[in-house]
Design a protein around this ligand. Sequence first.
Ligand code: A2P
Length: 295
Amino acid sequence: MNEHLTLNNGERIPSIGFGVFQSAPEETAVAVETALQAGYRHIDTAAGYGNEREVGEGVRRSGVDPAEVVLETKVWVSDYGFDETLHAFEKSATKLGVEQIDLLILHQPMPQHFERTIQAYRALERLLAEGRVRAIGVSNFMPHHLAALREQTEVVPAVNQVELHPFFPQPAVQRANAGLGILTQAWSPIGGITFYPGWGEDRRSVLEDGTIRRIADAHDRSPAQVMLRWHLQQGRSAIPKSTKAERIAQNIAVFDFHLGPDELAAIDALDRGVRGGPDPDQVDPSTWDLTIPEP
Ligand code: A2P
């Protein structure tokens, strides 16, 4: 049903995971339960999404053995700093209802407060050494953030989760990740960020792109499935989000067809070089009005 990717520390994760960004808490437990019953075994959430508790609830409700499920979550920037991040682990683990978190990553670099980013990562290293997490990583790190991190810390991140879809495939980030042995994990893998309301006007949904549509028609698949296949064949982890049962099932039914080299190249050529989400160097996330409540 799924394929697996091996992280740089030998741990394995399914190549297609399930995303819950912007899933309302009341929808999340049902969506996670539906996803696990459809065959997903990896859920990606974040302290900042405000739905970790419902992710844990969805796992318990599903009847799937929790030991089979990879849970990934992210430390929000208001919890950066060594002791703060150790405490952020406790908050997330309690909300998720687990003792050990499979994959714990930093949600954003804080270029304006990089020392706190480094201290937060050192806390992740400590949690890893103590066996409280199985793997650690980062999100939204650009190559120069990775280089600065590598200079000041020991453990190479297992993953770097970044915005990545056909309109913004970030080849330089992918190369930097690969050069360091970091798995590239795609957020908004089917380009949700290209049409989410409120993220900017004049956007064009990658789901409606003509090239993707043509390839989808040729394989009798949906545009979302074609994009997920593109990620898989290029060795990335992808975490598509949906709260609709039919799409949840569709997004994991991607292991029985193949895109040819010309099709992969045609998708690569859709790169517009324009990000949909915030620029990690421009935005100071510590100014956002978001703090992570105690459990
Ligand atoms: P919904 O939750 O209503 O299904 P991404 O993970 O790339 O950010 O994309 C998520 C967005 O894409 C959500 O708006 C989701 O809406 C929608 N979506 C998820 N799966 C599909 C699909 N198979 N076809 C069309 N839209 C989808």
